[in-house]
Design a protein around this ligand. Structure first.
Ligand SMILES: NC(=O)c1ccc[n+]([C@@H]2O[C@H](COP(=O)([O-])OP(=O)(O)OC[C@H]3O[C@@H](n4cnc5c(N)ncnc54)[C@H](OP(=O)(O)O)[C@@H]3O)[C@@H](O)[C@H]2O)c1
Length: 272
């Protein structure tokens, strides 16, 4: 029988994303005694998490675990690789969330690694509402795939990719997407100010609207956004007047396509 959770997991880097994942794993049922965290400057939260759950917070490297999860900044990989390379044994799953680091790149720095999963989460993972997509190298076993689904599913929705290059598109959509939605909120607030509303009220209206629309979409998973949009758009009405501008030529569809294409191009340049 396959185990849902790995018996031994080492997390390298417990910053924003690493700490969020560790919290999700422990809340989701990973035994704290299974988890070792390598982090030179643990936050009070992560030290407290380790202490309260009986997990280990180490700076010394143990032997190769079932899963070696990498959550350092991509630019720290070169510095950290010599320290963690002995942990990437031939039966270890290397699970990386490092933006722009390809599987070939990770293998070059961790020569003992066989099975590698490259994943791209996004920031709402910090509140358990992330969206993550991942690609598995050919050496990843069914059990390691199951572990990946549990580990990444513990912080939100999870999707497999069957092509590593798709990670760059995912980076451009869900990776950066939260920032696009924040930018939309800012634009909505700025538009409110331009219509004469006070700045505080403008921001409250914009934030509340984006939050409410997101929650409505979440609660109606079977209803396409186009239908939700249609439900609030009476023919000839005020929303229709706005959407005629927003969805007109060179409107939001073309703009979003250009924005995403720019992000994907940049992801390609940064890969290495
Ligand atoms: N944030 C996102 O939305 C997002 C989305 C997708 C992917 N990612 C990826 O997630 C990764 C982590 O991002 P983050 O925002 O969580 O960064 P972060 O908060 O800076 O976390 C990185 C952590 O790794 C630690 N670290 C550095 N060197 C280490 C070493 N030798 N051994 C162990 N730990 C070490 C850092 O400690 P110090 O503070 O001491 O350097 C820091 O606590 C990045 O690779 C990023 O590309 C992030």
């Amino acid at each position: 029988m396959m185990n849902e959770w790995p018996e031994r997991l080492v997390l390298v880097g417990a910053g924003k994303m690493g700490a969020a994942m560790a919290a999700g794993w422990l809340a989701g049922g990973l035994a704290a005694s299974s988890l070792t965290i390598l982090e030179p400057n643990p936050s009070d939260e992560i030290a407290g998490l380790a202490a309260s759950r009986g997990g280990a917070l180490h700076t010394a490297a143990p032997t190769p675990p079932d899963v070696l999860a990498l959550a350092v900044k991509p630019q720290s990989l070169d510095a950290v690789a010599p320290q963690i390379a002995p942990l990437a044994g031939e039966r270890t799953l290397v699970l990386s969330i490092l933006a722009g680091k390809t599987i070939a790149n990770l293998r070059a720095r961790l020569p003992g690694a066989r099975a590698v999963v490259r994943a791209m989460p996004n920031t709402p993972a910090a509140i358990g509402r992330g969206v993550t997509a991942a690609f598995a190298s050919a050496a990843v076993t069914p059990e390691q795939r199951l572990w990946t689904e549990w580990l990444l599913g513990a912080v939100g929705a999870f999707h497999w990719l069957d092509d590593e290059a798709a990670i760059e598109a995912v980076t451009a959509i869900s990776g950066g997407g939260p920032a696009y939605v924040f930018a939309l909120t800012e634009a909505l607030a700025a538009a409110a100010v331009s219509l004469g509303l006070p700045a505080d009220l403008a921001m409250s209206l914009a934030r509340g609207t984006v939050e409410g629309a997101g929650e409505l979409m979440r609660r109606e998973p079977g209803t396409p956004p186009s239908v939700l949009r249609g439900n609030v758009t009476s023919p000839g009405g005020t929303t229709a007047a706005a959407l005629a501008v927003l969805q007109g030529n060179d409107g939001i569809d073309a703009l979003m396509a250009r924005a995403a294409a720019a992000a994907r191009a940049r992801a390609g340049e940064m890969a290495g």
